[in-house]
Each structure stands twice: as C-alpha cells, then as structure tokens.
Design a protein around this ligand. Sequence first.
Ligand code: DSN
Length: 409
Amino acid sequence: MDQEIAFLIKKEEQRQNDNIELIASENYPSRDVREACGSILMAKYAEGYPYKRYYGGCEYVDEVETLAIERAKALFHCNYANVQPHSGSQANYAAYHALIPNGSKIMALTLNDGGHLTHGSPVSFSSATYRFCFYSLGEDGRIDYEGLQRRLYEEEPDLLLAGYSAYPFSIDFKRMRSIVDKFNLDKNKHCFFMVDMAHIAGIVAAGLTQNPCDYADIVTSTTHKTLRGPRGGLILSNDLELGKKINSAVFPYTQGGPLEHIIAGKAICFLEDSKPEFKDYMARVLENTKACNDELSRLGCRVSGTENHLFLLDVLSSYGLNGKEAETKLGEIGVTVNKNMIHDDTLPPSKCSGIRIGFAAATSRGASLEDAKGVARLIDACLKGKESKEELINRRKAIVSSWADVLSL
Ligand code: DSN
C-alpha cells in the first residue's frame, strides 16, 4: 500500500546486499528472528512481568517472555535475566538505577578510548544523573589494570564499569573483580562491578572469552551485535535480590509496555546462539577479523591488532586521511565503516584519526579468510587512491558475489 516506504525498504535491502558491511556493531538476524519481530505479538500490551501483568490476555506473551528469560539464563550461565530493555542504552540506564542512587560516582573508560555514550559522555543522561570519573588505556592501547587499580583508590567510586564499543582486545573481568574486591576490603566500601558486554556478547555466548556473568554484579548487553538477534537490550545477574531491583528499574522506572514481538525475536536468537554452529560462526568472525587486521599490517598500515570481532585502523598515519574522509571514500565504493577515535588521537571526534572495522556482519553472509584478506587489500587500494572508483567497485562486487543474500540467513 505504501509505495514510498516499500521503495525505501527495497533500496536498503539492496544496499545491504551490495555493500561490504564492516560496522562492528551491526549484524544480520535470521529470517526466524525477523518474522517473530514482524509478528502480531506487536499488538499486545503487557506491562509488568510474566504472570504479573497489568493487562488481561497475556497468557501467550507470558510464555514467550518466560522462554526468552530461561534461554538467556542458559546461554550465559546465570540466574537472572531481564529481556525487556528496548536498547543497550536503556539497559544501562536501568542497571545504574538498580545499583546506585542518583549522584553516585561511576568509574568508566572514556568514549575516546573506546567507551560508550552512556558511560559518562557529557551529552548523555549518564553524566547528568551520576558523577563520572575515568580510567584510561596504557601506552599499548590495552587496559592498564594497575592504573585502573590506582584510579579506584584515588576516586573511590560506587561503581566500576567495564565493557566497551571500540576496544579490540580481550578483557580480564576476573582481574577487575579481584581489584574491586580488594578495594572494598581495604577501604570498607561497597563498590559494585558492572559490565556492558554489548559488543562481545556473541563471543561470550560462544564460550570464546571470559564470561562477565561469573564476575560482575550486573551485566548489560544489546542483542543485535555479535549475538545476531533483533535490536534490543538485555540485563543479566547472578544476584536474585538485585534482580528484583533491576525489574523495577526497567518497568516501571524507565519503560512502559515491553515489546513482546522483539522479545520473541530475542528468544529465537538465544536458542540459535546455543547451537554448535554459532560457536563455529563466532570462531570464524575472530579469524576473519585477525586476517584483515594482519593483512593491513603486512601492507604497512598502523592497525591496533585484535583479539575479538573488531580492530582500529589509523588512517591518518597510514594514508594521511582523517577518519571522516576515509569513511566517505570507502562508502563511495560500497564498503561501510565508521570513523573512530584511536587511542592516542590528536583530532577532534568530528574527524577522528581512525576507522573501526568489524567482521561479524560479513562473516554472517559467508565471508571467508581469503575474502577478509581481499577486503583489507581493497581498503588499502581505496585509501591509497591509486585505482579508479570503477575498478574498486568491481573488486568489491567480486568479493560480495559469493556471499549470501541478507534475507536468506
Ligand atoms: N553505537 C554502538 C556502536 O556502534 O558501537 C554502540 O551502542
């Protein structure tokens, strides 16, 4: 009926099929997930929680949400899950509220070093509601755990926050827990430890990195990045008393009616992610990301290195371009990335010295190790500006030609 919107959806589908998608926070959900999210469940109001709703007629959505909760708990080996947050930002909002009163102090990593808007950026609710202080990365671009410990004793925060949006290395959650425990003991404090695992949730689900649920008081996530689910948020814990506070913090404190159609999509994604095929997929994501990083390094570029699904390419020192320029040049040949601050960045966030490259989405479509290296060579050729746009576009088309259609996944 609505030709204008139908046309735009078709164009976006075509763009997704034609392009090489390297935005590290994007991915393609399965057809089952998409169908659940477009289902008639979206017509149902269900404020409250399963079997304790403010509306009648919730008998089926109660079962949907219960399945989503149980599958999330099984996938991440924890005792409590809230599947209602509409997004990662809202999950963080509710998690902070459940843990600490307004005005409390949170210690996080800055946005410039790979943090997130909700981790204390001046333009986010987080810095208006809480006092933030920050820890930083070491010279090598990795978390400086000793520096973090020093900052904890200097700042005496009420909450330590880990988990990042542009950090290419594994995170030692176990070490952070022991730093917080020691601080609490030495100072007779009760600093909480929270992890926002939105970017790496799929790697955690596949058992290929430390599970923050084993160490943090609360773990928040999104479901649409490495997890390959619908767009949405998730909160996990092993503390059932805290779980009651999280429930009230999500509804009614920050949200109204849950999106039961999206919760159905989350339930399907948690089931898909529990299969051996998902573990294989996630291992391939890590291999592809490393192959692309290493090939760019072999070509003489300054790259961050990687132990997860993303890495950073310093386009300023490698090509004399800023991140915005590199993003635009690559966009013109159908390679989609985002500009990103790098660890020792000298440019403002509107320009940045780097781009962030992730392989979760491309691997979902079937990108091989050879493709990952080919993508590196394509990026290099494009940013060097030595080939015509037409030649570069043909190279991109050749790489994508064997990949799956995004609607077939
Ligand atoms: N905006 C997301 C990202 O691109 O990493 C994080 O929420």
